[in-house]
Design a protein around this ligand. Structure first.
Ligand code: HEM
Ligand code: HEM
Length: 178
C-alpha cells in the first residue's frame, strides 16, 4: 500500500543541505590555495574563505544538534534490518562529530600557527585566544588535515549509501531529506 513519506523537519532538511554545500566549498577553498603564491591577496582571501566557511559550520551545527534532539528522525519505509540501521546510525554520529570537531581543530590550528582571522570584507582582526606555538600548530594541522582527508571517504560512503537507498533498495531514505 502507498504510504505518505514522513520527512525530516523542515529546519533539519534545510540545515542538512546548507551544511552539505558549506562542506563542498570549504574543501576547495583550502585545497586549491596553491593556485596563488604565498603572500598574494588572492591566497589570503582563499584562506579567509576557508576559515569563515568552516566557522559557519560550527555556528549551524549547534542549531542543528538542538533541532535534531527536539525532532528525532522519521521512520524509513520499508524499515531497515538492524544490521543496516546500526552502521547507518554510527555513520551519522561520525558525520556529526566531524562537523563539530573539524572547525574547532581548524580554529586551534590557525591560532597556534599565528594566522589571523579577519571579519569578512574588513581589516578587523579577531583576537586569538592562543599564543603561536609552531610545534603544536604542526601537530594540530596534521590532525585537522588528516581527518579532512579521511572524511572524503566517509562523506563519499554517505552519498553512495543515499544513492543505494534511492535507486537500488528503493526506499524513502532520500525523500525524507528532500
Ligand atoms: C568543516 C570544517 C573544515 C574542514 C572540512 C576543513 C578541512 C581542511 C583540510 C582538508 C585542510 C588540509 C589542506 C591541505 O593540507 O592541503 C585544512 C587546513 C587548514 N584549515 Fe581547515 N577545515 C575546516 C575548518 C577550518 C576552520 C574553521 C579553520 C580556522 C578558523 C581552519 C583552518 C585551517 C588551517 C589554518 C589549515 C592549514 C592551512 C595551511 O597552513 O596552509 N579550518 N582544513
Ligand atoms: C550530495 C550529498 C549528500 C546526500 C545525497 C545526502 C543524503 C542524506 C540522506 C538521504 C540522509 C538521511 C539518512 C537517514 O535518515 O538514514 C542524510 C543524513 C545525514 N547527512 Fe547527508 N547527504 C549528503 C551530504 C552530506 C554531507 C556533506 C554531510 C556532512 C559532512 C552530511 C551529513 C549528514 C548527517 C549528519 C545526517 C544524519 C541526519 C540525522 O539523523 O539527523 N550529509 N544525508
Amino acid at each position: 500500500m502507498f504510504e505518505k513519506v514522513r520527512r525530516y523537519s523542515i529546519g533539519l532538511r534545510r540545515l542538512h543541505w546548507l551544511m552539505a554545500m558549506l562542506i563542498l566549498l570549504v574543501y576547495p577553498a583550502i585545497e586549491q590555495r596553491g593556485l596563488f603564491q604565498r603572500g598574494t591577496p588572492e591566497r589570503a582571501a582563499m584562506m579567509q574563505t576557508h576559515f569563515w566557511l568552516g566557522l559557519s559550520v560550527l555556528f549551524f551545527i549547534a542549531w542543528r544538534v538542538a533541532a535534531r534532539l527536539r525532532n528525532g528522525t522519521p521512520p524509513i519505509h520499508p524499515a531497515l534490518p538492524i544490521w543496516q540501521a546500526l552502521p547507518a546510525g554510527l555513520l551519522h554520529l561520525l558525520l556529526y562529530a566531524f562537523l563539530i570537531v573539524m572547525p574547532i581543530l581548524g580554529l586551534l590550528t590557525a591560532w597556534t600557527d599565528g594566522k589571523t582571522l579577519y571579519l569578512p570584507f574588513s581589516h578587523i582582526a579577531l583576537p586569538a585566544l592562543m599564543a603561536p606555538d609552531p610545534a603544536l600548530a604542526e601537530r594540530l594541522e596534521s590532525l585537522h588535515g588528516g581527518i579532512g582527508e579521511f572524511f572524503y571517504w566517509v562523506i563519499g560512503l554517505h552519498v553512495l549509501a543515499a544513492l543505494y537507498h534511492h535507486f537500488i533498495r528503493r526506499d524513502d531514505t532520500l525523500r525524507r531529506m528532500m
